[in-house]
Design a binder for this molecule. Structure first.
Ligand code: MLT
Length: 243
């Protein structure tokens, strides 16, 4: 059986790079980058380019791309969009290409580029993502973007949710994944209530963007499957194998 392992911080990513060319990486940044990317594709975005700096995003504006930049939870002044999934509406993103830089999520995507496949995971597209991982049947790395290399609750809670959905099809012996499953089980009855203690949710409160939390917890509402490949993200066309 293929394995699932969980990386709870980018600072630990180097411990999992052996054999990564044969593994599928799920990049997780629940609040909010991977959620925002899923919403953007659900609303018709054509392509998303994760870039390292606001300057790189701004340079793409000249080529007609939407420039989106977030730092420390706030939209960088002068940019079309920040990182709130609520701003990636159909009328804003449909048919458009988006250059995006965020504090943690876009960096985690770029760190994963050597993997066989890099998928964008969120609560919104979790079941579609699981169907694909089961179909492909390869070793999986659940990569939590965290906060500036620190552990955060929401990403590991989601890793635990995903691992729970996959547990009948994969071998799970990795302590980080076992802990993530326990953390999800602790939170599952009331995700929004559990995450009130999360540091990023408290950051949201100070920035008056609390409503983003609810937008990021809409379980299995989207059937998109964004894939990061050759430097950019596109929505992969996927229909689950009929079980
Ligand atoms: C990130 O990408 O680091 C987070 O999504 C930050 C945010 O958007 O608040």
């Amino acid at each position: 059986m293929h394995q699932i392992e969980t990386i709870i911080s980018p600072a630990l990513f180097h411990l999992h790079e052996e054999g990564i060319a044969h593994k599928h990486v799920v990049v997780i940044d629940i609040l909010r980058a991977t959620t925002t990317i899923c919403v953007a594709f659900a609303n018709g975005a054509r392509e998303i380019l994760p870039v390292a700096s606001p300057e790189e995003a701004a340079a793409m504006q000249k080529q007609g791309w939407i420039a989106a930049a977030e730092r420390n939870g706030e939209t960088v002044p002068g940019f079309d969009l920040g990182n709130s999934p609520q701003d990636y509406r159909v009328e804003t993103v449909s048919g458009r290409k988006i250059a995006l830089t965020t504090t943690n999520g876009t960096r985690a995507l770029q760190m994963s580029s050597a993997a066989s496949h890099v998928w964008v995971g969120s609560f919104l597209n979790a079941q579609t993502l699981c169907d694909r991982l089961i179909d492909d049947n390869r070793d999986v790395l659940l990569f939590c973007a965290g906060w500036k290399d620190k552990f955060n609750l929401e990403d590991t809670v989601f890793a635990g949710y995903l691992a729970s959905l996959l547990s009948e099809h994969f071998s799970i012996t990795d302590d980080a994944t076992l802990a993530a499953i326990d953390l999800y089980n602790l939170a599952a009855a009331d995700l929004k209530g559990y995450l009130q203690k999360a540091s990023h949710v408290n950051r949201f409160k100070s920035l008056h963007i609390e409503t983003d939390l609810e937008a990021c917890l809409k379980l299995n509402t989207l059937s998109v499957l964004p894939e990061f490949r050759s430097g950019s993200i596109q929505n992969s066309q996927y229909a689950p194998t009929q079980s």
